[in-house]
Design a protein around this ligand. Structure first.
Ligand code: ADP
Ligand code: MG
Length: 315
């Protein structure tokens, strides 16, 4: 039976050239670079809450880091270092090896070094703390949206929720939508390049983890503004009563786990944002109404403002 220290040495110890000291001591050592701020964030994945017990460990390794990289992307920062706190029910090395492969696949893609962590026995729980760098004062915060700003979103929110609905028999998808939605669920792509490109253009940003409207609500409250959106979504489900345009719209607006970026920008930034070359959609406009208030219409102007905005663990 491998010891805790064997597991760390075998699966979680890699070269960390940009740290002064990586895994193996009581703490890692980093030197701050002049002119830079660190963006630091923690996200936890808990079995039964964020993933099912039979989830492919390689996908889980990817996602445990990817959801953290996404928070750094949403700050307009460059991901640099991470620590990993793992609680595992047993030392199943095929599970741990596959998990580590997925984790380092994501780490390599986004230039993240694993500089430390903690490994303990317990109900399966994966907690990552990530650190990124951003020039002082340039981070994309949630509190910068101003009346008149345009509301934008990247990619196609709702895909992860559709993939989950398919797996649970609540929707029926066919290719190519099926593959895209399952990939969004299991292998989300944090929008790091977009976040970096939005520095100096966007006034506020957030990544969509709880649902588009729920996360927009965070920007609105922090910025003290309201918003008016008009959305259009084309159905990708078939032969299923839940695959109606209304249900698709609800999934688009309230499905979580997508890790697209939702951001606001002054109207004079619009052409520069469109010219960046990313898939981005204009959703509406920020207004000077009551903080947090939100009005949503469909493409015909029909009011579809929902009562419930997204996922709340204690709601
Ligand atoms: P301590 O008892 O001082 O907290 P640990 O025995 O928990 O030290 O960890 C030993 C070293 O291994 C530390 O440098 C820690 O950061 C690192 N480490 C532990 N678990 C992991 C992990 N899952 N991934 C990366 N590094 C880890
Ligand atoms: Mg420890």
């Amino acid at each position: 039976m491998a010891s805790e220290f064997d597991l760390i040495a075998r699966y979680f110890t890699r070269a960390t050239p940009s740290a002064d000291l990586g895994p193996g001591d009581d703490a890692a050592l980093l030197t701050p670079r002049p002119g830079m701020q660190w963006a630091v964030s923690t996200d936890m994945l808990v079995e039964g809450t964020h993933f099912l017990p039979d989830t492919d460990p390689r996908d889980l390794g990817w996602k445990a880091l990817a959801v953290n990289v996404s928070d750094i992307a949403a700050m307009g920062a460059q991901p640099r270092w991470a620590t990993l706190a793992l609680a595992l029910p047993d030392a199943d090395e095929s599970w741990i090896g596959a998990f580590a492969d997925g984790f380092f696949e994501c780490a390599d893609q986004f230039g993240v070094e694993l500089i430390g962590g903690d490994t303990t026995r317990g109900p399966r729980n994966l907690s990552v703390t990530i650190m990124g760098e951003v020039p002082v004062g340039q981070a994309l915060r949630r509190d910068g949206a101003r009346p008149g700003d345009v509301v934008w979103v990247s990619g196609q929110p709702g895909r992860a929720a559709l993939g989950l609905a398919h797996l649970q028999g609540r929707a029926r998808l066919s290719e190519p939508a099926l593959g895209e939605c399952l990939r969004a669920l299991h292998h989300p792509q944090p929008r790091v390049e977009l976040g970096l490109a939005l520095r100096g253009l966007a006034s506020a940003a957030i990544d969509i983890s709880d649902g588009l409207l729920a996360d927009l609500g965070h920007i609105l409250l922090r910025s003290g503004v309201s918003a008016r959106l008009q959305v259009a979504v084309s159905p990708v489900t078939e032969g299923n009563p839940r695959g109606t345009p209304t249900w698709m719209l609800a999934t688009y607006l309230s499905g979580g786990d997508d890790y697209e970026l939702l951001f606001t920008a002054p109207p004079e930034s619009s052409s520069a944002i469109a010219a960046l070359g990313f898939e981005v959609t204009r959703l509406g406009v920020i207004e000077a109404g009551p903080p947090g208030e939100l009005h949503v219409t469909d493409s015909t102007g029909h009011d579809i403002t929902p009562g419930r905005r997204g996922y709340d663990h204690f709601g």
